[in-house]
Design a protein around this ligand. Structure first.
Ligand code: NAD
Length: 353
């Protein structure tokens, strides 16, 4: 498999150009492009520019609203509910963090929901935005508008999305921001796609086939309409968290869960509940920072089981990959580049290579 290395600025310009040519408002295109490239930069290629062909299909099929206007469904001192009007995820998601962040700074805490929004992408980006503003945050997300991908614990077919849960805390002393940003499936759908396209296998226990039997063969399971199903992470614990996302994000946003009574048009929509917390309102910030740092030092000093695999602080893997990719460029598989070039050609845009 050939791999290309693309310079970050170039990938950003390319993504922005095709989105504008497809009809996105320039500000939206800039935000979506920045969000996708940032996901690649942080090593989450499943949520990077490889999604552009799908996003462009959604534009062609009217599954994302290009002239969307957000509506504020409800706003109090600590509560915000936004209906994004079916528009792009990244600009609405980052605006939500700005507005709810200002409330949390003032009041100590704020709960915000967003619904009727296209794909919000890598959820960690919103926790990073909150952390940079000095805020802790929790995010619960469900995924709708296409068929389910993940089986419930002890079930034999898909009933859930990969529903991510994300928790962030600002930098403390010498420790940069804490970031736990995980899908609740055992492996991400992107990993099934990669294994299928390389003719490889997926880890034992991470996939079941259409008969509900465990399989490691990803063939025929790479699309959004899986023949089988992904399994939840950590058995009943991941299943419970995925269910919590349906309730906290799908229900509290007022936009709905993945139950089959709701639309499945073949696009991607997210709903998100974000809870933002101002640590300053909970106590002495310098003590908190020392305590977080001491806890991190303690956890990371655990004697290693394998000398080649250090204990890491959640958020460090993204920072390490970002450092490398900033220097070396973003690696893109030839199949991804071919799909991006095809999308650009269709829109009369210059290709990437
Ligand atoms: P993953 O399994 O790569 O885990 C990533 C998280 O684990 C990060 O917080 C990372 O810092 C931490 N981490 C990784 N290795 C670690 C280690 N050795 N020690 C300590 N911490 C470690 O992530 P995933 O489950 O494959 O999810 C990938 C991305 O997909 C996430 O950014 C998520 O938001 C996104 N996602 C989005 C949607 C959506 O609908 N918008 C759906 C599912 C997933």
């Amino acid at each position: 498999m050939t791999e290309y290395r693309i310079e970050i600025e170039r990938l950003h310009r390319f993504s922005e150009d095709v989105l504008v040519r497809a009809g996105a408002r320039p500000k939206d295109a800039a935000s979506v492009a920045a969000h996708l490239v940032d996901a690649n930069l942080k090593g989450h290629d499943s949520h990077g520019v490889g999604l552009l062909p799908a996003y462009l299909r959604h534009v062609r099929e009217g599954l994302v609203t290009l002239d969307a206007e957000e509506t504020c469904v409800q706003e109090t001192a600590v509560l915000l509910q936004i209906d994004a009007g079916g528009g792009w995820g990244a600009p609405s998601g980052h605006r939500l963090m700005d507005r709810a962040g200002a409330m949390a700074r003032e009041q100590g805490i704020a709960a915000a929901t967003i619904g009727n929004v296209h794909h919000l992408g890598r959820i960690g980006a919103y926790a990073e935005q909150a952390a940079e503003a000095g805020l802790a945050s929790l995010h619960f997300v469900n995924v709708t508008d296409h068929g389910p991908l993940v089986a419930p614990y002890r079930g034999s077919d898909a009933r859930f999305g990969t529903n991510p849960v994300c928790i962030g805390f600002p930098a403390a002393g010498k420790r940069p921001a804490f970031l736990l940003d995980i899908a609740t499936s055992q492996i991400a759908l992107g990993k099934v796609r990669v294994a299928a396209s390389r003719g490889g296998r997926v880890p034992t226990g991470s996939l079941i086939d259409e008969k509900g039997l465990p399989t490691t063969d990803p063939t025929g399971m790479a699309g959004f309409e899986l023949k089988g199903a992904l399994t939840p992470m950590a058995g009943h614990k991941g299943y419970g968290l995925a269910f919590a996302c349906e309730i906290l994000a799908g229900v509290l946003s007022g936009a709905g869960t993945i139950q089959p009574g709701n639309p499945r048009r073949g696009g991607i929509q997210n709903r998100m509940l974000s809870i933002l917390i101002n640590p300053d309102k909970f106590g002495d910030r310098s003590w908190m920072e020392e305590e977080v740092q001491a806890m991190a030092d303690y956890a990371l000093a655990s004697p290693l089981m394998d000398w080649d695999s250090p204990v890491l602080y959640p958020g460090d893997p993204e920072r390490a990959i970002a450092g490398k990719r900033r220097r070396e460029g973003i690696p893109l598989a030839d199949k991804t580049v071919a799909a991006l070039n095809e999308a650009a050609t269709r829109l009369d845009c210059p290709t990437l290579t």
